[in-house]
Design a protein around this ligand. Structure first.
Ligand code: PMP
Length: 399
């Protein structure tokens, strides 16, 4: 008889990521993938990173031992400077280094959430956040989002009725929609929060990848010196701007929150790899980060514009697009009731992939929506991939 494992309840409901399920089609010869949300590897500053690796390897000192759970001091200083440059004045002690912003989110769940506690997210939102919330046994309540951020009328009702412990948002160049919350809504949201005991997690891995339009300050920047400042946790990461393989991010939060997250991180991994933290700090201090970033943003801008133009040329008004001002994603919506999940197998037959929108919803999915990532494809692949997508959509229309 098969052995019966007595696993924890939340795992019974959690499925593998639908995006990872698509990976097996990547090996299909000639496949063009707009699915994965990976940064373009050819834009990594390999030379700069090599120089930093070499410098640390030449004199590794304490980097080959365990380090403080809060983070390698030099990297905390670098992240404090980066936060301050984003108009969020920060001292090194006000942040902890995390293994990507993903870990920051998980630590916060452990600090705040017991099964049954309520957390508010946007509809749609980042799927790994949904996974984390489900594993934590959180009760997920959603608020609709559009091209300018979450619907604040719905948000006000939800905050009043559900008393959430946490509100999770990606306000700038969101995953999956690419949308950026406008300034007016940011101010209104902070006003709404001031009447609540809710903590806002501002997840900002994409904010520096702007290729169009005016910069909008982070919520954590707008909240400085106000009553709600303590209620905001700011997460960011080097994954989209330097390299995700470093697994390096940070969390800026109230000391009470940091203290609990540090305890949770001790259990998690004792500390993020000191050797890699020292490399990251060396790299950030070298000045190459600021020098290199504009090239990444510019290249993503070119790819995004080409993808939008090619899609518009083929689809005309049978597809609506949310034009991003930065980040890595383009959000599309098929018209005439065409279903994006039904489009996917036809697209895979045509050798192009994307992620159907349903992957990004905790509730009330929009069946016509889908996410395209423009970062991993060359100019030729973008043009060809969009043509293939249109061919698949035409076939779907005929079924
Ligand atoms: N938040 C969002 C919104 C993301 O899109 C991602 C990466 N896909 C992450 C967090 C995780 O990033 P990291 O590599 O820093 O853990």
């Amino acid at each position: 008889m098969a052995f019966t494992f007595r696993f924890a309840d939340p795992f019974a409901q959690v499925q593998g990521s639908p995006i990872r399920e698509l990976f097996r089609y990547l090996s299909q010869p000639g496949m063009i993938s707009f699915a994965g949300g990976y940064p373009a590897p050819e834009l990594f500053d390999v030379t700069g990173l090599q120089a930093s690796f070499n410098a640390i390897t030449a004199a590794p000192g304490a980097t080959l031992s365990y380090g403080a759970t809060e983070g390698w001091p030099a990297l905390r200083e670098s992240f404090a400077r980066m936060s301050t440059a984003r108009a969020i004045p920060t001292q090194a002690e006000q942040l902890v280094v995390t293994s990507g912003s993903q870990q920051g989110f998980d630590l916060l769940l452990r600090a705040f959430i017991q099964p049954g506690d309520t957390v508010v997210v946007e509809r749609p939102t980042y799927p790994a956040a949904l996974q984390g919330l489900r594993l934590a046994g959180a009760r997920i309540v959603t608020v609709a989002s559009d091209a300018h951020g979450p619907d604040l009328t719905e948000m006000a009702t939800v905050l009043q009725q559900h008393h959430p412990k946490l509100l999770y948002l990606v306000p700038t160049f969101a995953n999956p929609t690419g949308a950026t919350m406008d300034l007016a809504r940011r101010h209104q949201l902070l006003t709404l929060l001031s009447d609540t005991s809710c903590v806002l997690i501002e997840d900002d891995p994409y904010g520096e990848l702007r290729f169009e339009g005016e910069q909008v300050p982070a919520l954590a920047a707008l909240a400085r010196d106000t009553r709600v400042a303590d209620q905001i946790v700011y997460l960011s990461s080097l994954s989209k701007t330097v390299a995700p393989g470093l697994r390096m991010g940070w969390m800026r939060a109230h000391p009470e929150i940091l203290r609990r997250c540090v305890l949770a991180k001790q259990v998690d991994d004792l500390c993020s790899a000191p050797y890699l933290q020292a490399v990251a700090a060396h790299y950030l201090d070298s000045g190459r980060y600021e020098a290199h970033l504009p090239a990444i943003a510019a290249s993503y801008g070119e790819r995004a514009r080409l993808m939008m133009a090619t899609l518009r040329q083929h689809f005309g008004d049978t597809l609506t697009l949310l034009a991003p001002e930065g980040g890595m994603f383009l959000w599309g919506r098929l018209q005439d009731d065409l279903d994006a999940t039904a489009l996917l197998p036809l697209a895979i037959e045509e050798n192009v992939m994307f992620v159907p929108g349903s992957a990004f919803y905790a509730a009330q999915p929009d069946p016509q929506a889908f996410r395209l990532s423009f970062t991993m494809s060359t100019t030729e692949q973008i043009v060809q991939g969009c043509e293939r997508l249109y061919r698949a959509a035409r076939r779907l229309r005929q079924t």
